[in-house]
Design a protein around this ligand. Structure first.
Ligand SMILES: NC(=O)c1ccc[n+]([C@@H]2O[C@H](COP(=O)([O-])OP(=O)(O)OC[C@H]3O[C@@H](n4cnc5c(N)ncnc54)[C@H](O)[C@@H]3O)[C@@H](O)[C@H]2O)c1
Length: 320
């Protein structure tokens, strides 16, 4: 299914100064692409990026600037990762969340039309399937988000599908599990790995909300980057889960981090957060079949890399 790659494609990464986006930029540069980045630097940092990519400091809600930038750079593939990623902020201000996560995506879809660029969108698997979803959840499970963040991501996916029907485009959405790895700020959907690794390094006790039995599908950032590369190179559009299919509880996470740090982490427990999912895991057999993608990094290995990164002072240019 993969299209033969042309050497030196023109690519654009929105949110390229962020955690996942900056690793993706490195991978695209490494394979010889000309890379442009859009980032408003609201949570991203230029210091995560090498000198090579052209960084456009643009807010994706600014349609005119997005359109002008894309007309000038003429990207062939747009990896769209810029987002308001804070689930609790989305509850506090759903309109702002939708302005960025829905409105910003529509701006990109419109701007991509004249240059015929394919969009690969970073959606969520962890915040999309509801409380009643079978585990692991495949792409056929009806989304039932518990927060505006998931609703906005689903809405943006619907616009991608609509544009594919209206204009014959091949836009694609990847529903990511809880992504973790070096360079991650301790906010967002999977910040818990970075937070707990930091606690282990400083000899502090991590706080667990609830009893620690709640599970998530933790997927290593290097594997997620490979999923974006594969989706960008694949002709048809579609929606694919990107996860391991494995549930890991918060207590198991503490165990893995204790092993990586070679010290016993003693968590303290706080009341559960209302509305928090008890279980989550993503069935990614379709991504394996259609994109040739597999989650190659065992969680013990990924967590050891995060701990090593924390131990080394959390450098912004840390490798995978
Ligand atoms: N980290 C995860 O576990 C996870 C899980 C599912 C989906 N995702 C999605 O993957 C993408 C990347 O997430 P991340 O963890 O790297 O987050 P991140 O916050 O590190 O990256 C997001 C980037 O987008 C930029 N940005 C935010 N609002 C913007 C705007 N209005 N205009 C331009 N740039 C803007 C930020 O400055 C930042 O650099 C997001 O779309 C997120 O929703 C992440």
């Amino acid at each position: 299914m993969s299209a033969p790659r042309l050497p030196g494609m023109r690519t654009l990464v929105t949110g390229g100064a962020g955690f996942i986006g900056s690793h993706l930029v490195d991978a695209l540069l490494q394979r010889g692409d000309t890379v442009h980045v859009i980032d408003d630097l609201s949570s991203g940092r230029r210091s995560r990026l090498p000198q090579d990519p052209t960084v456009w400091e643009i807010d994706i809600t600014d349609a005119a600037s997005v359109t002008a930038m894309i007309a000038e750079a003429q990207p062939q593939v747009i990896y769209h990762l810029a987002a308001q990623i804070d689930v609790r902020a989305s509850v506090a201000d759903p309109a702002r969340d939708a302005a960025v996560n829905v409105g910003g995506t529509i701006n990109l879809l419109q701007a991509a039309r004249p240059v015929e660029a394919k969009i690969v969108f970073a959606s969520t698997g962890g915040a999309l399937y509801g409380m009643e979803a079978p585990i692991p959840s495949d792409e056929q499970v009806q989304p039932a988000p518990e927060a505006p963040y998931g609703t906005a991501k689903y809405c943006a996916e619907q616009y991608l599908g609509l544009f594919n029907r209206l204009y014959g485009t091949r836009h694609t959405a990847l529903r990511l599990g809880n992504v973790y790895g070096p360079r991650q700020d301790p906010g967002g959907e999977a910040g818990v790995v970075a937070i707990f690794a930091g606690c282990a390094h400083r000899g502090q006790q991590p706080t667990i909300f609830g009893d620690g039995a709640q599970t998530r599908d933790y997927v290593y950032v290097g594997d997620v980057v490979n999923a974006f590369l594969a989706a960008g190179d694949t002709r048809p559009g579609g929606v694919w889960n990107i996860g391991t299919g494995q549930e890991t509880s918060v207590l198991e996470l503490v165990k893995h981090i204790s092993q990586a740090a070679d010290r016993n982490l003693e968590p303290v427990f706080a009341p559960a957060r209302p509305g928090e999912l008890q279980r989550s895991a993503l069935e990614a057999a379709a991504a394996q079949r259609d994109l040739g993608w597999i989650p190659a990094t065992p969680i013990e290995e990924g967590i050891a890399r995060v701990y090593a990164w924390v131990h080394n002072g959390q450098p912004d240019r840390a490798a995978l």
